[in-house]
Design a binder for this molecule. Structure first.
Ligand code: TYD
Length: 137
């Protein structure tokens, strides 16, 4: 698998409808980076768009452990895609330099596995400066 563009990865599940399920994410096994940080977001109203940024170095594996989450992405080459996380087995891998806007169903819980600890300097929060910077690469 080539991890140079955003993509949905379907993780295995163990269990049954009678007992429930477990899904496992492990560094280097099905997550292609060392996990340094985990965060989750919740209670985002349906009419709010989060995201609105790209990262200089950070890689992420993102799950909707509950609900539905829609990502609109734009990579460094200007390719725009929409990804829908609507099942707990689906992970969205996002490499560095991908702009994203995110919308949530009312019950959505986003779980993010991240390759770096938090660093505000790693963010492009301004779309024009993201486009200008990656356009020069
Ligand atoms: P942000 O990354 O902008 O979230 P989203 O893409 O979900 O809108 O972060 C929201 C706020 O939380 C911002 O003030 C930075 C802070 N934050 C941390 O302090 N540490 C973290 O690990 C993250 C992800 C965010």
């Amino acid at each position: 698998m080539e991890y140079n563009k955003p993509q949905i990865i379907t993780f295995d599940k163990i269990g049954s409808s009678q007992l429930g399920y477990i899904t496992i994410a492990e560094t280097q096994k099905n997550v292609p980076f060392e996990i340094q940080r985990v965060y989750w977001t919740y209670y985002t109203p349906h009419d709010v768009t989060r995201g609105g940024h790209a990262h200089k170095e950070l890689q992420q594996m993102i799950f909707a452990v509950s609900g539905t989450i829609i990502f609109n992405t734009e990579d460094k080459d200007g390719n725009k895609e929409t990804f829908t996380l609507d099942h707990p087995t689906k992970g969205l891998y996002i490499p560095k330099l991908v702009w994203r806007d995110i919308q949530f169903s009312h019950n959505a819980v986003l779980l993010c596995l991240a390759s770096e600890i938090y660093d505000e300097e790693d963010y492009f929060r301004d779309y024009e400066s993201f486009k200008e910077t990656v356009g020069k690469k």
